[in-house]
Design a protein around this ligand. Structure first.
Ligand code: ADE
Length: 253
C-alpha cells in the first residue's frame, strides 16, 4: 500500500494533523519524531521538517530511505511576495527555486549546479488535487473559523515559490528578492525556508511531491508580528481542512 508523508515546518501546524491519525506509532530517527498511522484508508507518516533547507532535506531523505514513503505533501506558512498575495491566502506551489543559490560565474545565478536547471516542478497530478483541496478546504474553513487576523476572503494562488535560509523580514529585502528574481525571468508568489530542498530530494529519488503554504506575512517589517498567533489560529486549521480534503479526493481518484 502507498504511504504518504505529510511534512510540516512547525509544531502548531502538525498538532491538528496528529489528532486525525488512527493507531499512531511514534518512531525516532535522525533526531526527529515520525508518527506513522492511518488516516482513514490512507497510510500516513507525519513529521516536522524543522526550519531551513538542510533540515528539510535530511527529513525528506529519511522519509524516503527509512519509511519508504511514496509521496510527500508539505504544509506550512510563507511570506507573500507576489502582487495580490495577501495574508491569509493559500499558495499551492507549481515549482520551487532556491533564492540564495548563487554559484555564478560557474553557473547561472539560481541554477542548481550539475542539475542543469533552476526550478524544480511539483508533481502535476498531486498539485491538481491539492489545488482542488485548497479551494474546498478554504470554503469550509472560512465558514467555521472566526479570527481577527485576516483582512479579506482568502484566495488560492498557484505558481513559483522561492526557498532560502533566511526569514525575510524587511520590505527592502522582500523587494530586492522579488526584483532580482524577476530580472532572471522568475515571477515569485511566496518565500519560505524548506520547499526547494524537499523538491530537490524528491527529484533525486523520483518521489512525487506537492506543497501548500498559508501566507502568514508579506515578508516585510511586520513579518514577525503575531506569527505564532497566526499559525495557531489560521494556518493550522487551514492545513487541517486542506489535508483532509486532499486525502479524501486522492482516495477517490
Ligand atoms: N515563512 C513565513 N514567512 C516567512 C518569511 N517572511 N520569510 C521566510 N520564510 C517565511
Amino acid at each position: 500500500m502507498s504511504t504518504i508523508a505529510i511534512v510540516s515546518a512547525l509544531l502548531d501546524e502538525q498538532r491538528g494533523l496528529l489528532n486525525q491519525l488512527q493507531n499512531p506509532q511514534k518512531r525516532l530517527r535522525a533526531g526527529r519524531t515520525f508518527w506513522c498511522g492511518q488516516w482513514g484508508e490512507q497510510q500516513v507518516v507525519l513529521v516536522l521538517s524543522r526550519v531551513g533547507k538542510v533540515a528539510a532535506a535530511s527529513t525528506t531523505a529519511t522519509l524516503i530511505e527509512a519509511f519508504g514513503v511514496t509521496r510527500i505533501l508539505f504544509t506550512g506558512v510563507a511570506g507573500g511576495l507576489g502582487d495580490g498575495v495577501r495574508v491569509g491566502d493559500v499558495v499551492v506551489a507549481r515549482e520551487f527555486l532556491q533564492h540564495d543559490m548563487d554559484s555564478s560565474p560557474l553557473f547561472a545565478r539560481y541554477e542548481i549546479p550539475l542539475y542543469g536547471r533552476t526550478c524544480l516542478s511539483c508533481d502535476a497530478a498531486m498539485t491538481a488535487i491539492l489545488l482542488e483541496a485548497a479551494s474546498a478546504g478554504l470554503a469550509r474553513a472560512g465558514s467555521h473559523f472566526h479570527h481577527d487576523l485576516l483582512i479579506a476572503e482568502p484566495r488560492v494562488h498557484a505558481g513559483l515559490v522561492a526557498s532560502g535560509d533566511r526569514f525575510v523580514s524587511s520590505a527592502e529585502d522582500a523587494a530586492g528578492l522579488r526584483a532580482d528574481l524577476h530580472s532572471a525571468g522568475h515571477d515569485v508568489l511566496a518565500v519560505e525556508m524548506e520547499g526547494a530542498a524537499v523538491a530537490q530530494v524528491c527529484f533525486d529519488y523520483g518521489v512525487p511531491f506537492a506543497a501548500m503554504r498559508t501566507i502568514s506575512d508579506r515578508a516585510d517589517d511586520q513579518a514577525h508580528v503575531d506569527f505564532s498567533a497566526f499559525v495557531q489560529q489560521v494556518a493550522s486549521p487551514y492545513a487541517l481542512a486542506i489535508v483532509r480534503e486532499f486525502i479524501s479526493l486522492q482516495l477517490n481518484q
